[in-house]
Design a protein. Structure first.
Length: 445
């Protein structure tokens, strides 16, 4: 065990609180940077990628093709969860999180350098696909570690929902920064934006990564992992072990996220293609609306995380899933009015039902796995949802609208996702009262 690892076990109460604050800040800032990178790609996909990389396709087909590349990042997320979950449970949360930040940042910067179809033909789309896959691997390993870095410093169950909600807070921060960056460069002429302006926010990723690395290098390893290391209870193959011991929990976590994942990417990614192409509202108007929605989430995510400490994780989460299922119909009813202020209000309100689930979600999922396997199990369960919900959502929404010519087909899809989440969450074991250091006997070391 290293000196920094052993130090975490010898801290006074006041020093422990200081480390908890540092861990929360490091997790939140790092997660915000990672999601800036991920959402930046999402926003630009709906605005320009179909035009730049699939210029000869029908607009609807080109949008489908662009969102297909977009979905590759979600397919890669469980792979990242498996890779970094393994190392997070083997060598520690801190070191693994530094690696995920570097991987994500460098891949995002490289997107800025990809030539378009006009320069290298279809190879531009191929390069985008590879870089999107690398992005997915990076963000797939990020979530579990950032949540555990915060939650494993919390000493009591009564605060874990609130503490673990702060890395979740990094998501609206990343969404805000990504849309703000695109909004800033979109002030240039349409030709300039298409030619080179969209690349600038990707280049800025390098600055954010440097900031994130500086913060993460200054924190200690979590007390839970330090204790596991000291007691020689590190699992040799944590991914295989968690699949063997807790397969049901992994599946439940993935399906529980259906109502959170799919609607979120419809409300924050698909809306750009739908808003500009069908509703004929301006790109900047939609960017401002999503920015406002992300600001609301700054407050709602920690609030709902705190409420889960009071009324229980499952109760709070299931309320959010039910509200989301109904809100899909309200949302499209509002945006289809074509009235600017109603569209704006619909987009701003859209993330509140999502946040009812996203606030308590980190603690709900992480508490379902033993400490030795927590990075692997929580990451895998969380990121599998990206394959069945998050990644396909804009693609499915685009196909449904093209096939049925009605946005209410998309609302029915959202409601179906909510039903799946309600069933999955209802069948999860309520771990609210369990000690966070719960362990199985080690099978290997």
């Amino acid at each position: 065990m290293t000196s920094t690892d052993s130090a975490s076990a010898l801290l006074s109460a006041s020093e422990h609180r200081i480390q908890l604050r540092r861990a929360v800040i490091a997790s939140t800032v790092g997660t915000a940077i990672e999601w800036y990178d991920f959402f930046l790609y999402s926003t630009v996909t709906g605005l320009v990628f179909a035009k730049l990389f699939f210029p000869h396709s029908d607009p609807w087909v080109g949008t489908l093709e662009a969102f297909a590349i977009y979905a590759v990042g979600f397919i890669a997320r469980p792979i990242g969860a498996a890779i970094f979950g393994h190392y997070g449970d083997r060598i520690g949360r801190k070191s693994t999180l530094i690696a995920t930040l570097l991987l994500m940042g460098l891949a995002t910067f490289a997107v800025a350098l990809v030539p378009t179809y006009a320069t290298i033909g279809i190879w531009g789309a191929v390069l985008l696909t590879v870089l999107r896959f690398i992005q997915g691997v990076g963000v797939g390993g990020e979530w579990g570690g950032s949540v555990l870095l915060s939650m494993e410093w919390a000493r009591t169950n009564g605060s874990r929902g609130f503490v673990a909600s702060w890395p979740q807070f990094g998501v609206p921060c990343g969404l805000f920064l990504a849309n703000l960056a695109v909004l800033a460069v979109s002030q240039m002429s349409g030709a300039q934006f298409l030619a080179w302006g969209w690349r600038v926010p990707f280049i800025l990723s390098l600055i954010l990564v440097a900031i994130g690395l500086y913060i993460r290098l200054g924190i200690l390893e979590t007390p839970v992992f330090s204790r596991l290391l000291a007691e020689r209870r590190i699992e040799r193959t944590p991914i295989l072990e968690v699949i063997r011991r807790q397969p049901l929990e992994i599946i439940q976590c993935a399906f529980a996220r259906m109502a959170e994942q799919a609607p979120f990417y419809i409300f924050t990614a698909f809306i750009f293609a739908y808003g500009v192409g069908t509703l004929h509202v301006s790109r900047d108007f939609l960017l401002m609306a999503v920015l406002a929605a992300s600001v609301v989430s700054f407050f709602s995510i920690p609030i709902f995380g705190h409420l889960s400490d009071k009324i229980g994780r499952k109760a709070m989460y299931m309320i959010g899933a039910a509200v989301t299922g109904a809100f899909g119909f309200i949302y499209f009813g509002m945006v289809n009015t074509g009235v600017a202020w109603i569209i704006f209000l619909a987009i701003v309100l859209s993330l509140i039902p999502h946040d009812m689930m996203y606030g308590p979600q980190a603690a709900l999922i992480a508490e379902s796995f033993t400490g030795r396997l927590r990075y692997s199990g929580a990451s895998l369960g969380y990121q599998l949802a990206s394959v069945i919900a998050g990644g396909p959502a804009p693609l499915i929404a685009t196909w449904l609208f093209g096939a049925y010519k009605s946005s209410y087909a998309i609302a029915i899809y959202i409601a179906a996702c909510a039903v799946v989440s309600l069933i999955a969450t209802a069948t999860m074991i309520d771990y609210t009262g369990k000690d966070i250091s719960n362990e199985y006997p080690a099978t290997s070391s």
